[in-house]
Design a protein around this ligand. Sequence first.
Ligand code: UDP
Ligand code: MG
Length: 313
Amino acid sequence: MAKPYLSIVIPVYNEADNLENLYTRLINVLDNYEKSYEIILVNDGSRDNSEAILNELHKRRPDQIRVIHFNGNFGQHMAITAGFERARGEIIVTLDADLQNPPEEIPNLVKAIEAGHDYVGSIRKKRQDSWFRRYASRLNNSIRSRITGIVMTDQGCMLRAYKRHIIEAVVSSKESSIYIPALAYSYASNPTEIEVEHSSRAAGESKYNLYKLLRLNFDLMTGFSLVPLQMFTLFGIIVSMLSTLFVVYLFIRRLLIGPEAEGMFTLFAIVYFLFGVTLMGLGIVGEYIGRIYKDVRQRPFFIVRDTLEKIND
Ligand code: UDP
Ligand code: MG
């Protein structure tokens, strides 16, 4: 198959109950759209029946459907990266496999790229997630935009379109903890956002628990900014200055009034507070060092076990 105009990249992790539906809706939209396309489905080490279904989908449309099987679970963003490495389209679109992002929106994203934008983000019109997820995301969004200076109204929505050169820049970034929408945004010169529909998960359950979400957000903060470290330094400076004043005050008080032994528990409170803050600071430093450690080891970010594709160019 010759180089397609569109590449659709979809990470798949235990989505057996969604794949058939996803296939039908995608094919339906793209066949009517009259642009050449390829769909790259990256199986991120699924342990359900996804693998067999993906193989079957490839057989149905060997010219359009490419399947990459990972050797284990390396995470959504690594799965997308693997898809990007292999994507051949002029325009690359990402979406989730669980049908929360309607494939019917793809033409709208492409239209915005064709209008001259190199990055099209999306804002979920009526987000269909639990209130906890919605509020946690809102908080994350505002902290992240303040710390990293990256303007994304809705960072969590993966339905996005990119021009080829942006994806090439993302692929050439050799970082192990990446957050694709933000990284791509930082390479874009003319980004925009459009509103898209959002549905609740068609089948199965979210692959992100609170812990995984937290990890992802740390990736975002540490990957794009040194502000957490700098805030910490600033806090340290302020505390030392206040402590110096306090020491001077105690010294003068001691000379004028004499020794004091009261207020022990207040002292405990203050010490515990500062101890907590110190541990947090160590943690922040650790987050950065851990990522540096991961990157200096230079282990592969993911391992591809098998690919099913028919390419001849
Ligand atoms: N996903 C993946 N690897 C993972 C977790 C998720 O490839 O380790 C895929 C998943 O199959 C889906 C997309 O990433 O296509 C988004 O995951 P999910 O719907 O669970 O996230 P949520 O919508 O709850 O944020
Ligand atoms: Mg989802």
